[in-house]
Design a protein around this ligand. Structure first.
Ligand SMILES: Nc1ncnc2c1ncn2[C@@H]1O[C@H](COP(=O)(O)OP(=O)(O)OP(=O)(O)O)[C@@H](O)[C@H]1O
Ligand SMILES: [Mg+2]
Length: 226
């Protein structure tokens, strides 16, 4: 991929769910490597649907979607799996495995890539200290606060050094100070080169953590196109 090529390209991108609901209707937009993007818009605007298409959780109905050079309408399962290895995903409800320790949750993306335990231990320790949880390796998620669980989810999303981090309302359940700290981490990863795309309703975060704002309204682009 050439350097000036956008990392995510959309042309007249449409998504219609099997129920018949049109969630996105003709979005044309480019997101470049290294951008920090806020995806905003009212509930039901299509933010989560768009993020889902970015990681191949759902296929576009029509139009074009290229992610890191992959045509997401044509890509088969192996290609989608390969792409996900370079993508960190953070959900609002974090989706940690409650039967596994913090260490194992964060190690998971590396295990999927076939890393041996001895090799992944230092990496997992490093990312967990980075989010301030270096002393909680052997805790189970249920023993952590909501903000700490969210930080484990961030650590998990960053372990494999992804080129893109997709975050769907990662601060939705957090108090303002914890939300700001989560943003500090994401901004830091962005400075290290990762593209961050984050769906949020927390517009006040923009004051302390500026970024490009892409606004959806009823499945269409309302602001922030390129
Ligand atoms: N699996 C699904 N099947 C059918 N319709 C869906 C499905 N998921 C979402 N939708 C619909 O698609 C539209 C966009 O939903 P989406 O979840 O992308 O919105 P959102 O912007 O993320 O909203 P919120 O801020 O509430 O999370 C909504 O009208 C929603 O009801
Ligand atoms: Mg959503």
């Amino acid at each position: 991929m050439s350097v000036d090529q956008a990392q995510i390209q959309m042309q007249r991108l449409m998504l219609r769910y099997p129920s018949g609901k049109t969630a996105l209707s003709g979005v044309t937009l480019n997101i470049n490597q290294g951008e920090f993007v806020y995806l905003v818009g009212e509930s039901g605007a299509g933010k989560s649907s768009l993020l889902k298409m970015f990681y191949g959780g759902i296929r576009p109905s029509s139009g074009t979607l290229m992610v890191q050079g992959t045509d997401m309408r044509q890509a088969g399962d192996p290609k989608v799996r390969e792409l996900r290895r370079h993508t960190g995903i953070i959900f609002q409800d974090h989706r940690l495995l409650f039967s596994r320790t913090v260490f194992e949750n964060v190690a998971l993306p590396l295990r999927v890539q076939g890393w041996k335990t001895e090799r992944l231990i230092p990496r997992v320790r490093k990312v967990l200290s980075y989010v301030g949880l270096g002393d909680r390796l052997w805790s189970y998620p249920e023993a952590l606060s909501g903000g700490e669980q969210q930080r484990v989810a961030i650590a998990r999303a960053m372990t494999a050094k992804p080129a893109v981090i997709l975050a769907d309302e990662p601060t939705g359940n957090l108090d303002v100070d914890t939300a700001r700290r989560v943003l500090d981490y994401l901004m830091d990863l962005n400075r290290q080169g990762a593209t961050i795309i984050m769906a949020t309703h927390d517009l006040h975060l923009l004051e302390s953590h500026p970024g490009r704002v892409i606004q959806l309204h009823a499945g269409s682009l309302a602001r922030g196109g390129s």
